[in-house]
Ligand binder design. Structure first.
Ligand SMILES: [Zn+2]
Length: 270
């Protein structure tokens, strides 16, 4: 009977391997991917997060601090817990004292349009997170080949003592017409046309609440609901919306957390 129990346990552990591999860095603004098998549920700080069989993704916001806990419950009832102690965030803070305005406030006759677009964007963000499969499974890649990095994630300007909201994306300047590719497989949630701030832009849901957005495009080659592949040409670099020259503003989110796109590229394949 005892031998039977040992053999049974061995078989169970072979069927249900409980090794979990984590990809990514435990730091503010970083994305992480967990890979294992036979998941029954995953919790981040006690709250259920989406998973797809053996894959889950989570991330830390720019301003997240402290220690966070991932708990995985497997189909055989076993559990595994891992703690992530975040490094200190290291973001560029720029103090500017200038009488010059960076950008003038939008004119009064545009305010209604801006409000309408804000609501459309909010509704689009709400539609993200309904895909319970890891469409991003084949990994991540840079949406522009070459170009010049003109803005990094998390940087913040303090203008005349007043902190401005931190930059939530990664800016790549390149000539108008340069192709823009999807960073991973996904579904187009919104291909927005000529928004006051964003210009022409594409919001993609990559599954498990991971999304990316591409702003200021010249042309767009996809429409709402389209299924896209990693590396598929979705648009062209432009300077539509509130932009000072041809560049791509690329942002990534997991749930509502602002993720550094560079951390996504560092994961690459997993
Ligand atoms: Zn930007």
């Amino acid at each position: 009977m005892k031998l039977f129990a040992v053999i049974f346990f061995l078989i169970v552990s072979l069927i249900y391997p409980q090794k979990v591999n984590f990809f990514g860095k435990q730091a503010p603004g970083n994305l992480m991917v967990g890979k294992t098998a036979n998941i029954s549920s995953v919790l981040l700080d006690g709250k259920n997060i989406p998973f797809d069989d053996g894959i889950f993704v989570f991330g830390f916001d720019r301003d997240d601090k402290g220690t966070h806990t991932i708990k995985i419950i497997f189909k055989n009832g076993a559990g595994k817990t891992k703690k992530f102690k975040l490094e200190k965030g290291n973001f560029k803070i720029e103090k500017i004292n200038s009488a010059k305005k960076q950008f003038s406030s939008p004119p009064a006759n545009e305010l209604a349009r801006i409000e309408h677009e804000r609501k459309e964007m909010k509704n689009a963000r709400r539609r993200v997170g309904k895909i319970n499969s890891a469409l991003f499974e084949s990994g991540f890649e840079r949406p522009v080949k070459g170009g010049k990095v003109t803005g990094v994630f998390g940087s913040q300007r303090i203008l005349n003592g007043k902190p401005k909201s931190p930059h939530d994306g990664f800016d790549i300047a390149a000539p108008k017409g340069t192709p823009v590719y999807a960073m991973a497989d996904g579904v187009v949630i919104l291909a927005g046309k000529n928004f006051y701030y964003n210009g022409n832009f594409i919001l993609i849901d990559h599954g498990l609440s991971l999304s990316s957005i591409y702003l200021h495009l010249n042309k767009m080659f996809v429409k709402n609901g389209d299924r896209v592949k990693k590396g598929e040409k979705i648009g062209e670099i432009g300077t539509t919306g509130r932009s000072t020259g041809p560049h791509l503003h690329w942002s990534v989110r997991w749930m509502k957390k602002r993720i550094n796109p560079e951390s996504v590229l560092k994961i690459g394949q997993f």
